[in-house]
Structures are given as structure tokens and as C-alpha cells.
Design a protein around this ligand. Sequence first.
Ligand code: SF4
Ligand code: FES
Length: 244
Amino acid sequence: MSDSVTFRVHRFKQGDAASHHDSFEFEPGPRSTVLDALTAIRRTQDPTLTLRHSCFHASCGTCGMKVNGREVLACVTNVRELGTGEVTVDPLDNAPLVSDLVVDMGPFFARLNAVERPLVRESELVPGAHTASGIPQPLRYEDCIECGICISACPIAATDPEYLGPAALAAADRVREEPRGGDVPFVLGLADDPHGAWRCHVAFECSEACPSNVDPAGHIMQLRRSLIGRRWRALLAQPVEAGR
Ligand code: SF4
Ligand code: FES
């Protein structure tokens, strides 16, 4: 019996009328990951296959994709443990498609930038540490690895292109918890919006899919509680009109 696994890989190049899947055979070892398979396919079978990756160990967040319909990091998804002789690989949803398995992460990063996402936790800052040249301060170093998996898994992001999204709302909640110089009223104002924390339908798909235990849905619930308190405080601070 052959140990070969068939990979059905999403294909699309700019100018194509529609996308399709190409099939490739790959014989995985006991520790082969989906990313190992895709890089081997590109190296030995089709050099035009495009995908994003960098670290190979679940820290850079670049290899997010859908494997057999579920959002995962390809670099830590063991092929044998999928338990199927056929593995279907697709790009993340809810992001503009660029090519094959590559989506444009620009809109996702723009949402994170808008909420002034937190940097290194204060407790993790090393006194006197220097950043690499040209980098004014440490960036993108909390639990969120900015993989975009949560926004792909989110049913609301699929219907509301203006939705701030799970990762950005989780980041907004972290600014509330630990501002580190962030403009908390501004960030909470962004979250307190019909396309912000209130748009979430509490599906918890984002927390289920997140590979870094950020629990975006839990943060959105905390954010909502905080926003309700903020509204009450604003209401109670209003002067009582004479005659009422
Ligand atoms: S919250 Fe989780 S799933 Fe979303 S971008 Fe960050 S690490 Fe990825
Ligand atoms: S290659 Fe970096 S997270 Fe997968």
C-alpha cells in the first residue's frame, strides 16, 4: 500500500477567470507538516506554486491557510495526523486573493494599526535592551502572531467588510488593559461602533481557530463590558436638566 497523500491545492493567478485545484502526490514522513509538503511540491513538482511562510515553527504567523476546510498554521499541521488520504489546501477567507495560497494581509494589518495594537508587555521589557537598527521600538510581540486565521474563521467578517475583526478588537482590549502610551479613549471609541465590538455574534469561531491562545472572542466580551461601563459613566456624568 502506498503511503502517498494527494494534495488538492488551490490555484489562481492574476488574470485567471476562476480558481481551481491542482492535485499533487506527496509521501509524508511521520513528522511531515503541510508546509513541508507544499514546499516539497514547489521544489520538485511545480515551481509556480505560491505560498507564504518564514519561521517553520508557529511564530511568524505567515503560513495561515485552510487545510481540509479548517484554518491552521501549515507549519505545525502534521499530515499523517489529518488522517485523510486526500488533503485540500485553500487560502484564508475574508482577505483579497493574490495568488494560489497567498492573500493580501494589508487590510488586516491596517485594522491592527488603527487600534494602536500593544507592543511588548511592560513585564517583558528588558531594561536597557536595544532594538535592531532602524526600529524605534519593539513591535508585534504580544501573543498575537498576526496570522489572520481569526478573521478567516469569523462569520461576521464574511458579511461585513468594515468589521474591525477579532484580532484588532483583542488588541483594542489589550490597549484598555495595559495602555503603554496608547490613546485609550480613542481606541475604545473605535471599538464602540456598529462595526466594532457590537458587530460580533459570539460565534467564538475565532477563539476556536486561533493558534496562539489569544482568545479574541473572550477579549471582545471583556471589551463590551468595559464599553457598557464607559457609556454608563458618561450618562451619569451628564448634568441633570432643571425641571426633570
Ligand atoms: S488573534 Fe490569534 S488567530 Fe487572530 S491574528 Fe492573532 S494569533 Fe492569529
Ligand atoms: S511559517 Fe511561521 S508560523 Fe508557520
